[in-house]
Design a protein around this ligand. Structure first.
Ligand SMILES: Cc1ncc(COP(=O)(O)O)c(C=O)c1O
Length: 298
């Protein structure tokens, strides 16, 4: 007898990401479809040394569950990084996730009812479409020009309300476009009187060749932005899920303040060791030289 899947699976499409990674794993194929980091720049020795050190120092405690939002010193470290770049967030507003997909999934779960409008850039990052897609949104794709998302078309898309605007203001995937300073202001201004949550996905801001990227849109709209930033490496992503408060019954309430995770929205995971090791890696500056190396590698 065949297994009956949940109704939402009727809309689930084949995973393009899975297919891309499957093709890339074939040694006979050089795949340009996915953005796989150069293995030379993955700090294997540093990570393995730190894992050994932490296990020797902390033993079983390092393999124990940790708080669901993430290792507190690591959250503090992330908040400090943002503060240094002008965005005032508290450690309390940071959530460590195991990748952007988990973050998108949490947002979809909390914000999106079937047929709610989710605005994306056209073209956009396929894994985001896939993750939000599980919540059966009405996706509205807004074209871009060389300065970012088209403002008139965004204004039109916002008519009738949208739950989420998903953007990548730095080195957009797949176009590579970065929003101009004006466009960042204008997008924030457009959203200021809307209930739409801005999801700002910013995994590449540290990789600009000249090191100069503009401040995030979140700086102009802190009360309504969820900012994702990969600061470490693939698989060990640090996301700032800040400034969205989730109130009772899992309904989102945007009040500009603190993240509240209710009723098991994010389950405890055995990520304690990864987070500790990551914190130490960041705290000792272990990945900074790598970024310099990556910038020089052209
Ligand atoms: C815009 C964007 N967001 C997120 C990701 C993936 O992030 P993570 O490694 O956290 O899943 C990518 C990777 O290609 C990306 O281009």
């Amino acid at each position: 007898m065949s297994i009956q899947t949940a109704r939402r699976m009727n809309h689930a499409r084949r995973s393009f990401v899975r297919e891309i990674l499957k093709a890339a794993a074939n040694p006979g194929i050089i795949s340009f479809a996915g953005g796989l980091p150069n293995p030379r720049f993955i700090p294997v020795d540093e990570i393995s040394g730190l894992c050994r050190q932490i296990l020797a120092e902390q033993g079983a405690a390092a393999l124990q569950y940790c708080t669901a939002e993430g290792h507190p010193p690591l959250r503090q470290w992330v908040a400090d990084q943002y503060a240094a770049s002008g965005l005032n967030v508290l450690a309390d507003q940071i959530i460590i996730t195991s990748g952007s997909q988990q973050g998108f999934d949490l947002l979809g779960k909390v914000l999106v009812e079937p047929d709610d409008k989710v605005i994306v850039e056209d073209p956009t990052y396929i894994a985001a479409i896939q993750a939000f897609g599980m919540y059966e949104p009405n996706l509205s794709a807004v074209p871009m020009d060389e300065n970012g998302i088209d403002l008139d078309l965004l204004k039109a898309a916002l008519i009738g309300g949208a739950r989420i605007l998903y953007t990548m203001p730095n080195f957009q995937n797949p176009t590579g476009i970065s929003y101009s300073a004006d466009r960042r202001h204008q997008v924030a201004a457009l959203l200021r009187n809307e209930s739409t949550v801005l999801v700002e996905d910013d995994p590449y801001h540290l990789l600009g060749f000249d090191g100069n990227v503009l401040p995030p849109i979140a700086n102009h709209l802190p009360e309504r932005t969820v900012l994702f930033a990969r600061i470490a490496a693939i698989s060990v992503r640090i996301d700032d899920d800040g400034l969205v408060r989730l109130s009772g019954k899992h309904r989102p309430e945007i009040v500009g303040g603190r993240v509240r995770m209710n009723g098991g929205l994010q389950r405890k995971r055995r990520l304690g060791p990864v987070r500790r090791e990551l914190f130490q890696l960041l705290a000792v500056g272990g990945i900074r030289p790598q970024r310099g190396q990556i910038r020089r590698w052209r």
